[in-house]
Write a protein that binds this ligand. Sequence first.
Ligand code: URA
Length: 300
Amino acid sequence: MCEDWIFFLTAKETELQYTIAQILRYKHESAQFVLLFLIQVLYKTGFMWYNIKDSMMQGGGGVRLDKMLSECGLASRKETARAVRAGQVTVNGVAAKRADMQVDPATDAVTFCGKPVCYRKYVYIMLNKPDGYVSATEDGRAPTVVELLPEEYRKMELFPCGRLDKHTLGLMLLTNDGQLSHRLLSPRHHVPKSYAFRVKFPLSEQDVTALEAGVDIGGYVTKPCTVSLSGEREGIISITEGKYHQIKLMMEAVHNQITYLERRTFGPLSLDPMLSRGEWRELTDGEITALSEQSSTTIL
Ligand code: URA
């Protein structure tokens, strides 16, 4: 039992190890338990204080070197510590001495394994989602959209902003900016999305009028939207909400069935025609600005 506790503490300091060794020699198992528990509490409190101190020190645009490298997807904190010991990390041309040293990404030149490090806290990616991929970071059964990205982006913990069904194609935004994502998905922001669709049976004028006015999709009446037909069984539908299976259910409400669905726009973003299915690119600065403006426009 006690060995597990020691593993959990992961303390490196010899003094602490010595103390624990003494406790383990102690006769009573329950006393060992209490003492180790106290050490754990102290250790955790110290660790918390360390993190608070760390974030306070970052006030002037500074960031810990290991945090910077992990946010860039280059190395975990442990790997950074190892690289620092091996002299593989430099700051302004000098080998870094500590993985927890403060650096200012705006002014300090950092290299990792000989390559300059370009620090970005958040990354925004436009992906052309192919068929059969699920909008998730992990799934036991189907491949996920995140698996379409190279390893360095996956390390940045990107997640899909909203979801498309497994068989829906097209524009998908992936980011690690939780706040922006939350704002874009919030029902209060009414971010418009448009989809190219095909349905099984011809859509009548009455169907279009009903869809545009709002249909019951199982206890919920959809908000007004626009439908523009380019043929009797295909067109573009633009909605400002994102209920689960919304467009499929809307078509079912008018006794039809979606056979093809591709998202073309998401707020100010349009699917880049240069991206083939499964391809991706980072958003431009202009697109990021437009997205963040969109997400701060609240319509109550
Ligand atoms: N509506 C749907 O039915 N599916 C999607 O993937 C997106 C919107």
